[in-house]
Each structure stands twice: as structure tokens, then as C-alpha cells.
Design a protein around this ligand. Sequence first.
Ligand SMILES: *Cc1c(COP(=O)(O)O)cnc(C)c1O
Length: 371
Amino acid sequence: MDHVVALAAAGVRKLRPYEPGKPIEALERELGLTDVIKLASNENPLGPGERAKAALSTACNDLERYPDGSGHRLKAAIAEVERVSPDEITLGNGSNDILELVARVFLGRDRRALFSQYAFAVYPLATLGMDATPEEAEAWPAGAGMPFGHDPATLVQGLGRKPNVAFIANPNNPTGTWLTPDELEAVLDAAPSSTIVVLDEAYREYMDPALRPNTRILLNRYPNLIVTRTFSKVHGLAALRVGYSLSSPAIADLLNRVRQPFNNNSIALTVAEAALGDHEHVERSVQHNQTEMAELSGALAELDCRTLPSQANFLTFHVGHAADAVQQRLLEHGVIVRPLGGYGMPEYLRVTVGTESENIRFIKALKESLL
Ligand SMILES: *Cc1c(COP(=O)(O)O)cnc(C)c1O
């Protein structure tokens, strides 16, 4: 065992694998439960829309053929919605794939990646996997207006040290916090021309429209910018693994060099294209999220569980020293939420906004689980 570990590339030896939210089936097997609910991975509780579901049935033809490796149709659809040209788009097997492609192209030994403290866990993984050095920008303290959120001032300082890549999640997971468009611009203005900036917008659709940056303007102004998006969250297609990036054609060309030739399967390409055109489903999902998040944060406040401000589809709330034990008890009630010890926030739990009945069940279980 030790012998093969020593054979691994230097970056890989330091890695600890990503810990996903516990699957429903795993908990049901372990505890002999049958009605487990999972509010741990920020999926859309409404699932995919009707258009995506209808496309799924036709997408299963021609399974013997390789998919269109260029993703022509999906790119054309994205180009129209985003007012970009197809050569500014890179498709990924989830946006996670794009983050890995960025690391492969722009990181490596003796290179550095900047991200905020409490930022999405994939950034350090992608960085360490390439044997590059992570640099953390200190986040806002717990008592700040944007507790645990990205601090523009420390990001600007970090950019002054000319990292090769900077990852910015807006809104951030696991905190739900965000940068205003002005703060984001100040950060982007501070990025030297030698730094590739990744703006991860996995939760963009959930943001207040006034807080959403204008992607087209940003791409025109910042040639080193890569914006990532996903079909895993508001589009309800996490299982299919589709994400994409918007960037200059020159950056897209570099990402394309290291991409697997068929990184998106044909079913995923077809269904994502249908989902992209389903504005009603996106609208309904965002509406649902707003209504239910208000209910959920009210109920958490009544239980004295302070929530972090969130522009996403989840709430991160304070439990205190007993957070681990409370999370364990929630599991025994058949409710899976996300512990945040791995993020350095051991007193907090993160809950995804679910369906109305899931949220009611979560709150009831939490009441019985708080010590
Ligand atoms: C969920 C999430 C993603 C999306 O990952 P996929 O690979 O597209 O499923 C990306 N970034 C952040 C911050 C996320 O929370």
C-alpha cells in the first residue's frame, strides 16, 4: 500500500478525495430506513422540467454511436442565450470538469492558485492534484455583514502576488454569500494579465437579478476571465453531468486541448439543450426557492439557529459545538444535511432548500435533534 502511494505523482499523494453528500440509498441501507430525504447537495427539489424529461425519451436513440464531440447543438443554444459565439464556449462533464481542465492547462508544479477561505472544496482539490500551491485569501469573520464570505480586499491583496489562477465562487458554496457587481469588478480589476480568473456561477440563476454580473460585458473587458455554469443546480440535471464555461476563444482553445474527446455523453447533450430553453421551469424553480427559503430561514431563526445570508438554494446555519451530534441525529431521523467541519466551519450545517414537505420534515427533525 505505502509502496504504491509513493509511486503516485506528488500532487496526488497530498490529496484527500472530495466527500459528496451521503446518498439516500446508503443511509437507508445503514439504518434500515425507507423514507430518507436528502438536503445535502443543492439539487433542484422540483427535478428537471417537462421539456428535459420529454427530450430524455428521444435522447436514448443511437446509443451505439459516439456523441458529437464538439457539442455543436448545445453550444449553439448556449451561444444564443448568452449572446456569445460558440467558440467562446467549452462544455464539461459537469462544471467540475471545467475546473479540472483549467487546473490542467494553467496549474502545475511551482504554480499557485488563489481562492477564498471557505470557498468550494473542488478548488483546493484541482490545485493540489496538479501539484500546484493553494493560497487562501482570508474570508470575512463570523461577525461581519457577509460572514465567512469572500473578502474583496484580501482577494485583491492575493491577486497582487500574481497567482496563476484565481477561483471565485459567486455565490459561494458552502456559505451562500456573494460579491456585489461592484465588488466583483474591483477584484477583477486587480487581477494581473498573467492571472486566469475563474468565476464560478453554479448558483447564478438563484441570485437577485440586480446582483448578477453582466457576463457579456465582463468577458469583453477581462480577456483572462473564465465564467463557469452548470445544469446540475437550477436545471435539475445533476445526474447527467453537464456544465460549461464562457471565455475568450483563445482560452477555450487551450481547454479544448486537454479535454477528453467525448467528455459529454449524447443523452446529456440533448437533454441539457432542451432544459436551456425551458425558461418557465427555471422561473418556477427560482420562485419555489424564494418562497421556501423564506419559510426555512424563519423556522431556523425560531430555533435560534443563525443563518448566513444566501443568494443560492441552500442555507448554512449555526448550531454550535454540538453540530456533529445534531447532524448524526438528523441522519437517524432520515434527514441528510451537510456537515461543514471539512470546510473549517465545524459549528455549522448546510441544508438545501427542498420541497415544502421536505423542509417541514427537516425542521421537525431538527427540533428533535437540537440538544
Ligand atoms: C454544485 C457546484 C458546482 C457544480 O458542479 P457540477 O460539476 O456542475 O455538478 C460548481 N461549483 C460550485 C460552487 C458548486 O456548488
